[in-house]
Design a protein around this ligand. Structure first.
Ligand code: NAD
Length: 418
């Protein structure tokens, strides 16, 4: 299993073995739980606008087939390699199991800087990637969704490409599509809404009001911007935001609707203002009530964990906190951690609702989507809190222990195939 290398997969592996120790999973049962069932690497050639031909490398990893089809996002980023994609697929498995969804985890991606592509090149690459994946995916095999660097439009191209080859429209092949092409109301906002909902539950437990609470958000894409807007609409003050182009900080509070309009118009935070520029490396260490990493992995290492000055750490990104940082945070009981597989589960929960609606061709209104989303999140949150209190373990250990144990139990009941 040496192909799964790199710092992100190492992190997923370390986390898994900690949980396996906690659950007393025997050594010979561990590889089967940890290592992906299937991994595919593809070459995606496209014609670029300058007339050149370029080949991009794409991946898809399906972690386990034990509970149903696999499910997971597609990432377009320069960091994408087989190890990163596999780690994200593994985390998806624990996340889906924790939320009680009938899926194994998957993830895919293309090694590319999506911001450097023209809209036409992005469409060509999206269609080519899906075309290469057709033999490996299907509505009951593996269902894709958006992740970093992809969005509703990319999902529409995926769905259209798959449908062309089937000779009929197959909306249920991807989730996170535009509503006009079989998407569900509330999916675009689901991850950020879920993050904000869980932050409210955490603040309640800490007896802190949302009104006037200060928040810092790293990453201002789909998840970060919706989290910021939802927290602001509930009375929080957003004092810092960053993306890959800029970092803005103002203790008096930033104008979130204006930031969102700026990003909608320009695609980035850069250029919003020259007055409040801040060192992005220092953003996470600033005093605040709520800290939300909503961009990339491994931004909080042991040294940064020791410097955090927040009350709630809401892990909207996948894998923002390293195992070294976990060891520090376990000593810092004053920080309430909402671990990633719980914190950002709103996305896959509403993706599941979208898949169900597409399969039935029966669509729900947004209130029903949100109401069901909050019920699933509430159940998972309470389970994690109860398990952590009962076993005197961290929230991450509790969340992962619930997820891993569900997958292990299903594998034990079924046998060796899935
Ligand atoms: P996105 O592409 O919409 O936005 C990513 C944001 O992160 C952008 O603002 C980008 O500029 C910023 N960014 C990238 N590198 C950065 C860096 N080094 N420092 C600061 N900012 C940086 O992606 P998204 O869908 O919002 O995903 C963000 C995170 O949330 C990822 O970790 C993803 O895996 C996770 N996630 C997303 C969903 C979803 O539904 N989209 C669901 C669950 C988890």
């Amino acid at each position: 299993m040496d192909i799964y290398s790199g710092p992100v997969f190492d992190m997923a592996r370390t986390q898994f073995h900690r949980i396996a120790d906690h659950l007393e999973i025997p050594a010979d049962a561990r590889d089967r739980l940890l290592y992906p069932k299937r991994a595919v690497a593809v070459a995606c050639p496209i014609h670029c606008d300058d007339g050149s031909l370029r080949v991009f490398q794409g991946f898809r990893v399906q972690h386990h087939l034990t509970l149903g089809p696999t499910k997971g996002g597609t990432r377009f980023a320069l960091s994408v390699d087989i190890g990163e994609v596999a780690a994200l697929a593994v985390w998806m498995s624990w996340k889906c199991a924790l939320a009680g969804l009938p899926y194994g985890g998957a993830k895919g991606g293309v090694t590319v800087d999506p911001y450097a592509l023209s809209p036409r090149e992005l469409e060509a690459l999206s269609r080519r990637y899906m075309q290469e994946m057709i033999p490996f995916v299907g509505p009951h095999t593996d269902v894709m969704a958006p992740d970093m660097g992809t969005n509703e439009q990319v999902m529409a191209w995926f769905m259209d490409t798959y449908s062309m080859y089937q000779g009929q429209t197959v909306t249920e092949i991807v989730t996170g599509k535009p509503v006009a092409t079989g998407g569900t109301l509330g999916r675009r906002e689901a991850t950020g809404r879920g993050v904000a909902y869980l932050i409210e539950r955490a603040l309640e437990r800490l007896d802190l009001p949302m009104t006037g609470a200060t928040a810092i958000i790293q990453g201002f894409g789909n998840v970060g911007s919706v989290t910021a807007a939802t927290l602001a609409s509930r009375g929080a003050r957003i004092i810092g935001v960053s993306d890959h182009t800029a970092c803005w900080f103002d203790p008096r509070g930033l104008d979130v609707p204006a930031l969102m309009r700026h990003v909608a118009a320009t695609g980035k935070l850069a250029g919003f203002s020259n007055q409040m520029a801040f060192d992005p490396a220092e953003l996470l260490a600033q005093p605040c009530d709520i800290l939300v990493p909503a961009a990339v992995e491994r931004v909080i290492d042991g040294a940064m964990a020791a410097r955090l000055q927040c009350r709630v750490l809401a892990e909207a990104a996948n894998g923002p906190t390293t195992p070294d940082a976990d060891a520090v945070l376990e000593q810092r009981q004053e920080i309430f951690v909402i671990p990633d597989i719980l914190c950002n589960a709103g996305g896959v929960i509403v993706s599941y609702f979208e898949w169900v609606q597409d399969l039935q061709q029966f669509f729900w209104d947004e209130a029903e989507v949100n109401d069901r989303l909050y019920r699933v999140l509430q159940r998972a949150f309470v389970q994690v809190m109860e398990r952590a209190a009962r076993d005197r373990i961290s929230h991450r250990t509790a969340a992962m222990a619930i997820g891993v144990a569900k997958v292990r139990d299903a594998k034990d009941t079924r046998g060796l195939f899935p």
